[in-house]
Design a protein around this ligand. Structure first.
Ligand SMILES: C[S@@+](CC[C@H](N)C(=O)[O-])C[C@H]1O[C@@H](n2cnc3c(N)ncnc32)[C@H](O)[C@@H]1O
Length: 305
């Protein structure tokens, strides 16, 4: 495999180790310097942001097998926890608009702020909603329909916590995340957090993106070939992918007492590309078959075992 010029690689390594330490000791500064939104660079305009979250909401509906007219009945009064909302709480606002009783959001990084862009996105979102959900969404703000007054925490709350964990005492009907679990720094602890906070009979739904998030250097999935210690030195504090593959999620779900209700791949890397990487990379990821190694992402629904 082509590994590139040695001095370029050494410089790249040094830069990544250094920025990893900045992220470790000053996560707020790191997120501001890197201007992270959580959605990638392409989705930043308020209207694009709204379309992105409307699509996310439809995806959750699909995972819950809820057609449009059933969603309000299902969500009525439900208490929801969202991990890693990113820089806006649009997802929470949509769930609240459609009937959820309360939505709590928890993150490891302080990304969500009431910027002009986000205020614009919330107003656009309100305008896309039919009258009933719109009125409910307006009441999620401290002063009804005055987005700049911020969210009423009794409706939508946002917390930044060590390791992005919700902690003890929550009792949620629905626990959600999208493009988050692949970033968490301690997947086992996050899975325990889910188990601890999920009501009996509740559901936990996650979309996990197993792609490299721009960390491949020379070939698809070559970010998986780095040794775990080297990778940790470079990326462990920046919210970069933790690289765990689907076999780890299965193992941890069982370990913490959760049952996998559904597990569905969202795409696969082509077989010839897998063949290229698998011999060198798979040894870092336990007992994984080439087929599961090829997964580019998945949807997972968990419930109490
Ligand atoms: C790629 S963004 C996804 C944002 C949003 N869910 C979306 O779909 O646009 C990843 C999110 O996970 C958060 N995150 C990273 N590590 C986390 C952790 N250990 N616990 C909770 N959230 C975390 C990031 O701060 C960010 O908000």
């Amino acid at each position: 495999m082509n590994t590139g010029n040695l001095s370029t690689e050494a410089l790249h390594f040094a830069r990544q180790v250094l920025s990893n330490q900045v992220a470790h000791f000053a996560p707020g500064i790191y997120t501001r310097l890197t201007r992270r939104t959580g959605r990638g660079d392409a989705v930043t305009e308020p209207l694009q942001v709204v379309y992105y979250f409307l699509e996310c909401f439809r995806d959750y509906q699909e995972q819950l097998d809820l057609p449009g007219d059933a969603v309000a009945d299902y969500l009525q009064g439900k208490k929801i926890l969202e991990y890693g909302p990113g820089d806006t709480l649009c997802m929470a606002l949509l769930f609240y608009a459609h009937g959820a009783g309360q939505v709590d959001c928890v993150d490891r990084f302080p990304l969500s702020r009431l910027t002009a862009n986000n205020i614009g996105a919330y107003y656009h979102l309100l305008n896309t909603l039919p009258a009933g959900p719109r009125e409910r969404a307006q009441s999620a703000f401290k002063h009804k329909n005055l987005v700049s007054s911020g969210f009423d925490p009794a409706a939508i709350a946002y917390r930044v916590t060590p390791d992005g964990l919700a902690g003890n005492g929550g009792s949620y009907d629905l626990i959600l995340s999208r493009a988050v679990l692949e970033h968490v720094n301690d997947l086992e602890e996050t899975m325990r957090d889910i188990k601890r906070n999920l009501k009996p009979g509740g559901l936990s739904i996650h979309k996990v993106d197993l792609k490299s998030h721009g960390l491949d250097r020379h070939a698809d999935f070559d970010f998986l070939t780095r040794r775990p210690l080297v990778y940790r030195l470079m990326y462990s504090h920046k919210g970069c992918p933790n690289r765990w593959r689907v076999n780890k999620y299965r193992e941890l779900a069982e370990k913490v007492g959760l049952r996998l209700k559904t597990l569905t791949p969202t795409g696969r890397l082509a077989a010839d590309k897998v063949e290229h990487i698998y011999p060198e990379a798979a040894r870092h990821f336990g007992n994984i078959s080439p087929e599961e190694f090829s997964w580019l992402g998945f949807w997972m629904t968990l419930e109490h075992a």
